[in-house]
Design a protein around this ligand. Structure first.
Ligand SMILES: Nc1ncnc2c1ncn2[C@@H]1O[C@H](COP(=O)(O)OP(=O)(O)OP(=O)(O)O)[C@@H](O)[C@H]1O
Ligand SMILES: [Mg+2]
Length: 494
């Protein structure tokens, strides 16, 4: 279509009231000349172009684009150029090209469209628009600039018009938006189809993973009322270590030493916390204490853990297909793990009947296994475990369930996202035993808030609770770590 553009059309386009036209255009205007025309023969004819279609109608003067503010005009112009591009380009052929060549093709065509439609733009604005359009055609559209940033923890898209991000523990609204819900749905579809899944009205909920490892959830209409809702937990390229957590003040140096001993002496660990409190991050940190020789099996809903050891088997659950078949649950994975000769089992998130199988594994020679669980305190974590087991259909007396928990879990680490947005380890609690029907736990370390500074940041301290001989003392001794444990606990009391 753009190969057949009419030269007369360009001449008849009324000039927009331009505040600051590019220098060349300004000079031409001063000389009373029309803008230079590109003769059809001189035009780039990219191979991905569709066969010629009818020439475009002259368009109304386009207002100047204000890229930074992303004005209504900008979106109008982008829509105009984008639709012209989609009419022109053969997407199937474009898909055959490598990303750089595809970008070049798009660049050629977009430049032509801009000159045909006589959109007045500076080079910088044109470049920006081009980036945007390439992102739409080749990538994840308006999400691309957010995906490129490493300081974002979460991207939350609530329909086409509202995109939130979480930076530094705080949620903020961005100026990014999608053309419409159809474009957003298209991008959601593109994301989930890369892992062989589908999202539409008939299956409106879908979990997926981006190529970089970011965890994705999509829930589409009719379930989400204001358009498709997309949530992305951005994958951090530089995984946080326990040292980083110490630097951020999430844990004190002495607290980190205690956690080091807990990890190395193969305590069974449950990491408890609210949504986005840093459970998975902490779990990943704790895996650093696993020996390189050990065979580790990880079970996750969406693989997020990044273990450094050479002998790791990573397993992931699978939802049912459209016929409602083929679902592989966390429980299936944990049960299967036991037949895979694991030395440690790591469950990304315990949320159902797999709790029973994990506890059994912990109880039967797979010391040093770990998992995370949603709960607001170690005590609540205990009762959540109990209810997961009872809801799994096990007709066991409560006393037996509690004994099983006590016999399996050694330590609970509580993570919390505080009201100032910071993430902290607020408790390290050991499971001591039962007294009658009651599970006895004792805190080894707690985080105590003492106030807040002038910027609203919480002030506080990680404190020892006076316990110098935790119940995993013998275990620490067995691994020759009792000195280190005693020193770390001493330092914690200081
Ligand atoms: N101690 C910390 N300091 C700063 N940022 C952190 C800390 N711990 C985790 N984060 C960041 O917070 C975000 C959420 O962390 P993470 O995925 O570990 O949370 P989660 O509790 O597992 O969340 P969910 O409940 O959604 O599974 C990530 O971007 C992570 O990099
Ligand atoms: Mg998590």
């Amino acid at each position: 279509m753009f190969g057949k553009r009419s030269n007369a059309a360009t001449d008849t386009i009324p000039r927009p009231p331009v505040a600051a036209p590019p220098p060349a255009a300004a000079q031409q205007a001063a000389r009373g000349e029309s803008p230079p025309r590109v003769e059809p023969a001189a035009m780039a004819t990219p191979s991905t172009m569709k066969p010629p279609a009818p020439a475009p109608q002259p368009v109304k003067a386009q207002p100047r684009v204000t890229v930074d503010q992303r004005s209504e005009d900008y979106y109008q112009i982008k829509t105009l150029i984008f639709s012209a591009l989609i009419d022109t380009i053969d997407l199937a052929q474009l898909a055959q090209l490598d990303p750089d060549s595809a970008r070049e093709e798009i660049r050629d065509i977009v430049n032509e469209i801009i000159s045909i439609k006589a959109v007045v733009m500076s080079i910088a604005e044109q470049e920006h628009l081009l980036q945007d359009i390439c992102n739409d055609v080749l990538g994840y559209g308006p999400l691309e600039p957010l995906l490129a940033r490493d300081d974002i923890a979460d991207i939350m898209v609530n329909g086409a018009g509202r995109v939130f991000i979480e930076v530094g523990g705080k949620v903020q609204l961005t100026s990014i938006r999608f053309r419409d819900n159809a474009q957003l749905m298209n991008i959601c579809q593109r994301i989930v189809s890369q892992v062989g899944r589908r999202v539409d009205e008939s299956s409106p909920i879908c979990d997926a993973r981006l190529a970089d490892g970011s965890r994705v959830n999509v829930i589409a209409p009719p379930l989400s009322l204001d358009g498709p809702t997309l949530t992305i937990r951005k994958f951090r390229k530089d995984k946080l270590t326990l040292d980083d957590l110490v630097k951020f003040g999430s844990i004190s140096p002495a607290g980190a030493r205690v956690l080091g001993v807990i990890g190395r002496c193969r305590c069974n660990i449950l990491i408890s916390g609210g949504t986005g409190s840093g459970k998975t991050t902490l779990l990943n940190c704790m895996t650093a204490y696993i020996d390189a020789e050990e065979r580790i099996i990880t079970c996750e809903d969406a693989a997020e853990l990044q273990l450094q050891q050479p002998h790791v088997v990573r397993l992931e659950t699978r939802p049912a297909n459209l016929e409602g078949q083929g679902m592989i649950t966390m429980r299936d994975l944990v049960k299967n793990c036991l037949r895979m000769r694991p030395e440690r089992i790591i469950v990304g998130e315990v949320r159902g009947p797999e709790a029973f199988d994990l506890l059994q594994a912990m109880n039967t020679g797979h010391d040093g296994s770990m998992g995370t669980l949603h709960a607001n305190s170690p005590r609540e974590a205990m009762s959540r475990l109990e209810s997961m087991i009872t809801m799994g259909g096990y007709q066991l007396p409560m006393k037996t369930i509690r004994e099983m928990i006590v016999g399996s879990i050694d330590v609970i680490i509580q993570a919390e996202r505080m009201r100032d947005g910071s993430r902290r380890i607020t408790k390290v609690t050991e499971v001591v035993g039962t007294e009658g029907d009651v599970v006895i736990t004792q805190d080894l370390m707690v985080y105590e808030i003492s106030g807040e500074d002038e910027t609203g940041r919480l002030k506080g301290k990680h404190m020892g609770t006076g316990i110098v001989r935790p119940s995993f003392w013998e275990r620490a001794r067995y691994y020759n770590l009792e000195r280190e444990l005693a020193d770390a606990l001493d330092q914690l009391q200081a």
